[in-house]
Design a protein around this ligand. Structure first.
Ligand SMILES: Cc1cc2nc3c(=O)[nH]c(=O)nc-3n(C[C@H](O)[C@H](O)[C@H](O)COP(=O)(O)OP(=O)(O)OC[C@H]3O[C@@H](n4cnc5c(N)ncnc54)[C@H](O)[C@@H]3O)c2cc1C
Length: 463
């Protein structure tokens, strides 16, 4: 806060005028024990900020945006200090909500579920609602929200929209983008407007919900979202299959696809990752394959699977309790790695299935050449791999400047995406620029400028 000397007192009064809008108890200053909680996400990055604001409504956010613009007119040249970094649950894995300076805009108090429309199969929820609360709220309706990131007890509706969050079930049900019917956005002029529609079919020019989905908070503040629901499936059946190699595992997935069997999820866990969480057959390449649907549909799928598989070993979940235990172990992989390697970097690439084994080999080989171990898991049915570089201490961080661009080039070369679901954030922006055409970024910047010409929101992502 003292980096500019003389003008600081005035800037403090400017911050105070912002705090008054949310009520001073919801404006958190450095020195407050809670302050550092808002400076990081789930990566190793640590940010800096001058103030955290915790608004409780769209109206407060509108007032904050208008006040911020007015303050900018009074303090020319202080745009970095007078900007918002929007924050949801802070569970991101790309550094997108890690502030560089200025004001953190925490949206978690927008935590109201407004209504459920059981006939049109939608739920309308505030941006700060934690994703798992959506399905808790739907208990007894026979409906569910199918987007299931492993972080669903940490992440918010707004953050999941802004990152286009996905998860195991995206294989069958799609990502947030396919589930987002409509939203409300506060833009850089402080306008609060709705976009989208209830029917799946719309043809009304550029789709604002689609643009906001995966925008990483660069277009404005999502204050509420209308999300599509599905009938809750009658049954689930979970199989764990062990393979000798990733190639054999992928051959199995391709065979399923060819005969039209669509599981709810196909998760890959490599030998090292499975050994950390005590799953059956640890030490081998594992696939978790889950089916859902009516009892007849899952029974039929289970009958057909052995006909197409080259798995070495099979394990079928005994009952619902056992199924949940196996999923908990799958979800415990990432926290277990983070605990052992606080400086791990989790890549999140998506590749065509046919290239998946070679990309795993590429990542392992290039990491090993630099003395770095890897752990790989992910949503293999979608070709989405979390390649984790297991850095043992912070002195190894510069190695990422070699490993990340190499992987970005390889993934792009095989026709993949350098982020499948976590976003580019602060961590991957520069590598994205190295592999994507300049025109691609020029268009992105023009879209940003159309919504937020003064770069009020998440400036660090567009610098
Ligand atoms: C253990 C673990 C497992 C994970 N598993 C998955 C997974 O399976 N699938 C997956 O997709 N992700 C996963 N993630 C990553 C993360 O949980 C998602 O990216 C999630 O969507 C982030 O939501 P959040 O509310 O925590 O957002 P934050 O981390 O707070 O922010 C993420 C981005 O969203 C923006 N943002 C937040 N709220 C708003 C808003 N109201 N308006 C506009 N922009 C906003 C921020 O500015 C930032 O750019 C995992 C993370 C962890 C720690």
């Amino acid at each position: 806060m003292n980096r500019h000397g003389a003008g600081e007192d005035k800037l403090l009064s400017a911050y105070d005028s912002l705090s008054r809008i949310v009520g001073r108890e919801h404006g958190i200053l450095p020195g407050d024990l809670r302050f550092s909680d808002f400076l990081h996400d789930e990566t190793y990055l640590q940010g800096e900020a001058a103030l955290v604001l915790r608004p409780a409504s769209g109206a407060e956010i509108q007032a904050l945006v208008k006040e911020l613009s007015a303050l900018r007119a009074r303090f020319p040249g202080r745009e970095d200090d007078l900007s918002f970094t929007i924050r949801g649950g802070g569970s991101g894995l790309s550094g997108a909500c890690v502030p560089q300076r200025g004001v953190v805009l925490d949206c978690t108090r927008l935590n109201q579920i407004f209504d459920v429309d059981e006939d049109n199969l939608v739920i309308r929820a505030g941006a700060g609602v934690i994703l798992s609360e959506i399905n808790d709220h739907l208990q007894g309706t026979g409906l569910f929200y199918p987007v299931d990131p492993s972080s669903l007890s940490l992440c918010t509706v707004g953050g999941s929209v802004a990152t286009n969050a996905a998860g195991p079930a995206s294989l069958k049900y799609g990502t947030t983008r396919q589930s987002l019917a409509a939203l409300r956005l506060v833009n850089a002029s402080g306008d609060n407007f709705a976009a989208g529609a209830l029917p799946v079919k719309t043809s009304m020019g550029f789709s604002v919900p689609d643009l906001a989905c995966g925008s990483e908070g660069r277009l404005g503040v999502v204050i509420e979202a209308t999300l599509r629901l599905k009938p809750r499936p009658e049954t689930h059946a979970l199989l764990l299959a062990a393979f000798a190699t990733e190639q054999a595992a992928v051959d199995f997935i391709l065979s399923l696809r060819r005969v039209g069997i669509v599981p709810r999820a196909i998760e890959l866990i490599d030998a090292y990752s499975s050994s950390l969480v005590d799953l059956p057959f640890s030490g081998k390449v594992l696939l978790m394959v889950e089916f859902d649907g009516t009892a007849m549909e899952t029974a039929h799928a289970l009958e057909r699977v052995p006909q197409v598989t080259a798995a070495v070993d099979w394990y079928a979940a005994r009952d619902e309790k056992n199924r949940h235990e196996l999923w908990s172990k799958r979800k415990a992989v990432s926290p277990a790695i983070k605990q052992k390697f606080p400086y791990r970097l989790g890549e999140d690439v998506a590749v065509p299935l046919t290239a998946l084994p070679a990309v795993c080999d590429f990542a392992r080989r290039h990491a090993a050449q630099r003395g770095v171990a890897t752990a790989i898991w992910g949503h293999a049915g979608d070709g989405n791999l979390h390649i984790n570089y297991l850095l043992e201490h912070s002195a190894m961080l510069p190695l990422l400047d070699q490993l990340m661009p190499e992987l970005a080039h390889e993934v792009t070369r095989v026709g993949g995406a350098i982020s499948g679901e976590h976003g580019l954030g602060r961590l991957k922006q520069k590598y994205a620029r190295a592999v994507m055409p300049a025109e691609y970024f020029a268009v992105q910047q023009r879209i940003k400028a159309a919504f937020d010409p003064g770069m009020l929101f998440n400036r660090a992502l567009d610098k």
